[in-house]
Design a protein around this ligand. Structure first.
Ligand SMILES: Cc1cc2nc3c(=O)[nH]c(=O)nc-3n(C[C@H](O)[C@H](O)[C@H](O)COP(=O)(O)OP(=O)(O)OC[C@H]3O[C@@H](n4cnc5c(N)ncnc54)[C@H](O)[C@@H]3O)c2cc1C
Length: 392
């Protein structure tokens, strides 16, 4: 097993699930790591377990890579947890399939296990669902160093919970994922996007809410501040308007234009249309948070479309660049300097249900976290000795 040292912690890089189990067994406290694309989540865990007697070990999963089983006719794929999502995406594309939850940072090296453990989904979540809707089964190393399968093919579900779903967003606190089985779907044959510019956020948010009340079912609806788009794609994509509403539809090529016409009717203005590679590049960039790639602090917030305006005022007070995704259910905020945690919580209370600091964490990646009681009980059942940290 490869071993190196980072920030005073040994990094173990197991080459197979058995080695991963050995690595956990041999360690007092374990912090799993995938592609390292959401480094705030790993750094926060490291900070929370620093100074643990017996030492902290990072278990790096990047050598646990490869597709174990893929049967396009069954619409399922099983991969080792360290498999890069862009590698997986290429294989799925060749069979005309895709992961509809659109995992963020896939183009920057995010892994299958990291996507599940961080519970993150991208703009495409709007139409088909989030990561937890596409995880059928997992295999993981538990707090006792045992390899356990749950969901999918074989169920060893001692606690009686739906373990694969519980691992979505577990942030490495329940175990080290070594294998994931995803449900996949046929990729849409064609897609197109309309961009609408707005001077004022309330007008853009009102158009977004009107779209949600129609039966149009767009693939993605994202609302992005000009400054954020400019940071990623330059003035020609960002345009002059302070806010851009991006609406993506898909289907048979002949139907896409007609669906965009209907989107324009609802928004009440003609949109600038994007097709082909530039359209795909735009959505890949939004999914991978290109606009926030240099920001020291990035927050993901769960909110509702009705709260966009009030949330935006609070995020503005924090000096954040803003991107409202999944039709206003998810907000991404990038901040130049990490604001005090207490300030973030007091500004955002009542405006977002949960907030996760992907970067710039201050002790814990959860900035707001309702429902903690249940999470704690699951944690105690699966990791009684606190080997994966987070028991404090
Ligand atoms: C398309 C869409 C529609 C929605 N509609 C509604 C709606 O009608 N009504 C409504 O109330 N909400 C709605 N929401 C909000 C959403 O249901 C909640 O924010 C939910 O709790 C978050 O689930 P998730 O799968 O997105 O979280 P994940 O992305 O899986 O969350 C990642 C991690 O963040 C932490 N976390 C996130 N949420 C919570 C939480 N609630 N408690 C504790 N920890 C948490 C956990 O560690 C979690 O595992 C909607 C969201 C979306 C994307």
């Amino acid at each position: 097993m490869a071993v190196e040292e980072v920030q005073g912690a040994d990094v173990l890089a197991p080459a197979d699930p058995g080695e991963a189990a050995e690595a956990v067994k041999a360690s007092r406290v374990v912090v799993p790591r995938g592609g390292g694309t959401k480094w705030g989540l790993v750094a926060a865990r490291m900070a929370s377990v620093a100074g643990t007697q017996g030492g902290v070990r990072i278990v790096d999963t990047t050598r646990l890579a490869g597709i174990l089983q893929y049967d396009p006719a069954e619409y399922t794929v099983t991969v080792l947890a360290g498999t890069r999502l862009d590698d997986l995406g290429q294989v799925l594309r060749r069979a005309g399939q895709y992961l509809p939850f659109d995992p963020p940072l896939a183009g920057r090296g995010a892994t299958a296990g990291g996507a599940v453990a961080s519970g993150l989904s991208g703009p495409g979540r709007l139409l088909r669902g989030g990561v937890r809707d596409f995880v059928l089964g997992i295999r993981f190393v538990d707090g006792e160093g045992r390899l356990v399968r749950a969901g999918g093919k074989v169920v060893k579900n001692a606690a009686g919970f739906d373990l694969p779903k519980l691992f979505c967003g577990s942030l490495g606190e329940l175990g080290v994922l070594v294998e994931v089985t995803f449900k996949v779907l046929p990729a849409p044959p064609s897609s197109g996007t309309a961009r609408f510019g707005f001077d004022r956020l309330p007008d853009a948010a009102a158009a977004l809410r009107r779209l949600l009340r129609t039966p149009l079912e767009p693939d993605a609806v994202d609302l992005v501040e000009r400054r954020a788009l400019q940071a990623a794609s330059g003035p020609e994509v960002a345009g002059d308007d302070p806010w851009s509403l991006w609406v993506r539809v898909s289907g048979e090529e002949a139907h896409v234009a007609a669906r965009l016409d209907r989107v324009e009717d609802v928004v009440g203005a003609p949109g600038a249309r994007l097709h082909g590679p530039p359209e795909q590049a735009l959505w890949d960039g939004l999914r991978d948070l290109d606009w926030a790639s240099r920001a020291p602090a990035v927050l993901r917030l769960h909110t509702t479309p009705g709260r966009i305006e009030r949330l935006d005022e609070a995020l503005q007070r924090l000096g954040a660049l803003r991107h409202y995704s999944v039709a206003g259910h998810v907000a991404w905020a990038a901040v130049e300097s990490v604001p005090a945690r207490s300030l973030v919580v007091s500004e955002l209370a009542g405006l977002a249900d949960a907030a996760l600091a992907l970067r710039g964490a201050q002790g814990s990646p959860h900035v707001l976290m309702p429902g903690e009681g249940f999470a704690r009980r699951v944690k105690r059942a699966l990791d009684p000795a606190g080997r994966f940290g987070g028991n404090g």
